[in-house]
Design a protein around this ligand. Sequence first.
Ligand code: NDP
Length: 336
Amino acid sequence: NRQIVLNSRPVGAPTPADFRLIESAIPTPATGEILLRTTYLSLDPYMRGRMSDAPSYAPPVALNDVMVGGTIARVEASNNPQFKVGDVVLSYSGWQDYAISNGEGVNVLPADMAQPSLALGVLGMPGFTAYMGLLDIGQPKAGDTVVVAAASGAVGAIVGQIAKINGCRVIGIAGGKDKCDYVTNDLGFDVCIDRKDADFAAQLAAVCPSGIDVYFESVGGAVFDAVLPLLNVGARIPVCGLIAHYNDQQLPAGPDRLGLLMGTLLKKRIKMQGFIIFDDYGHRYGEFFSAMSQWLSDGKIKFKEDLVQGLENTPEAFMGLLEGKNFGKLVVRVEQ
Ligand code: NDP
């Protein structure tokens, strides 16, 4: 059983030395337990937070413990009447080939699910995040201008498409021409701006002549700086993530812009609200799942998976996620 454990807490950006691959015998399930074989492992930005012992909404991974993560797995052995051998499940097995579970939090997926890894993406946590953040906090109305950060990614791609379904004008922001082309040509956003362009802020202003009504925040940093002056009176900002800051060790140098931010929120009566998807909206997962399943079968929502082969490549893939090297929902195929 190969396992990737947290070797040290990253200081700034994670490095390969922060992880260690260990091997041990495949464990045997006790009474009431099941043995799970990981087939797919989801890699998500929140994992950076679990590597740090700074206070957060969830406890950190202990040093030398297996890194956490959502997984698709197959039941290999079962001493629990709720599961039978061969069941395909959504579990939280983490960065390892095999895991033992008592079944808590493990959900059996439909046997006929053509692509089970979708339960880690468009039909799972990222899709759900997009749905609730945009619809419940963003409150988009037809004709609104909606700006979406990290627009080609697991969450952003879905946010923009749901905004289009709701009749909004949708502007994506992504890193690089390929991602921007995908966002407009394949996902159907109206425009996509490259955050790496030197005149990015001016380009964004030019494509938002009526200002911004909803800004779906996943990034922070220079992207938020460009968005702030364009926000309309009554704008809504679901604060989903701040990936540009996850490796920060201290507040950035430079002028203190807190007064500018607070003044803008005050004068323009802007609502800015953070959320943690399952803590705040877990009870509405069913509603999301049926809406998204319908959109998928109607061909209204498209998605892209970035599939990495092999558990041993997980640390590198995760490090790339924090630099924008992924293109679509990042998933590791653990069982070759
Ligand atoms: P993505 O698939 O969008 O991948 C991350 C993307 O972030 C990269 O591809 C890159 O896109 C962008 N990025 C990376 N580093 C930087 C940087 N320094 N500056 C600007 N952009 C950067 O990830 P997810 O869709 O899984 O997650 C998106 C956000 O949503 C994250 O902030 C995550 O933490 C948050 N999230 C929050 C949840 C909640 O409950 N609040 C739940 C799920 C996700 P590009 O190259 O296009 O710039």
